[in-house]
Design a protein around this ligand. Sequence first.
Ligand SMILES: NC(=O)C1=CN([C@@H]2O[C@H](COP(=O)(O)OP(=O)(O)OC[C@H]3O[C@@H](n4cnc5c(N)ncnc54)[C@H](OP(=O)(O)O)[C@@H]3O)[C@@H](O)[C@H]2O)C=CC1
Ligand SMILES: Nc1nc(O)c(N)c(N[C@@H]2O[C@H](COP(=O)(O)O)[C@@H](O)[C@H]2O)n1
Length: 262
Amino acid sequence: MADQPPAFLLDLLKHHEEPPPAERPHVTLTFAQSIDAKIAGAGGRQLILSGKESMVMTHWMRTMHDGILVGIGTALNDDPQLNVRHLAPPSGSGPHHLPRPIIIDTHLGLLPTCKLLANFQNGTGRRPWIVCSSISPEVEEDKQQRKGMLEEAGAKIIELPLSPRSSPPGYLPVPLILKALRDLGVCSLMVEGGARIIASFLSEPVVDALIVTIAPVLVGDAGVGYQSPTFLSNNGELKARFKDVHTESFGKDTVVAFEALP
Ligand SMILES: NC(=O)C1=CN([C@@H]2O[C@H](COP(=O)(O)OP(=O)(O)OC[C@H]3O[C@@H](n4cnc5c(N)ncnc54)[C@H](OP(=O)(O)O)[C@@H]3O)[C@@H](O)[C@H]2O)C=CC1
Ligand SMILES: Nc1nc(O)c(N)c(N[C@@H]2O[C@H](COP(=O)(O)O)[C@@H](O)[C@H]2O)n1
């Protein structure tokens, strides 16, 4: 097994050597999809779409980011670990860098028994950060209680104000999430999904690199896809927001990498 990330990742993410903008980290959006653009099965059933080789690529990518973000839908459905266990331990130097797990969880529905917290408790994972909407302790006793339980299990809770202008309504605004993470020292962020998080990040001009693993399978209409907003230029024509910069086979999968257009 290679002892460093694939060359295309080193090249695509070399902007990480530069400081990120003041208002957000460098952002990489990445996920695996079927050829019919599904990221999960019927009813959201988790699908292991990536083969071993592309999964190893994804774990190398995880080592290259300060933080790794998923939405609460993914955290509850998949109970992910977001670690780098598919990589062989490095020879010589210390262990691989582990990204900080970050969960976007408006209402604090994450289970204190989830694997991310268990891994932190047993010393194999970093302390998870949970981003939620501001709590009014007097009127939201239940949420305040859940906050206490999650903190007791090891989580750090980051509260952000929900704005009436939040888009979509009721969701934590992506720019606000990114500013908070940047202020906490996260300079590079890997966003893994799921469907709603992908749609939200695609609708803001905040994604620097987009890396999609395409598995040669058809999931069918019952599977879960993601929405990709349409952007039109002033004369009403479709406006490209990304340019494809690299395509590579990893085992049976195809990985396509894009860079944001200025
Ligand atoms: N193939 C792949 O690579 C991947 C597949 N998946 C799959 O995706 C599915 C989960 O996707 P989904 O159910 O959409 O859940 P998500 O993981 O996308 O989480 C979405 C939830 O996050 C909260 N949220 C708060 N602010 C925002 C915001 N600005 N934008 C979006 N969400 C926000 C909302 O919760 P609330 O309603 O509580 O406010 C929302 O419902 C699973 O089936 C999983 O297996 C997931 C990751 C990768
Ligand atoms: N790269 C990739 N390929 C797939 O086939 C997937 N289903 C995912 N899912 C993402 O990885 C998370 C699971 O991570 P762990 O294996 O538990 O470390 C899952 O929650 C999705 O974010 N990714």
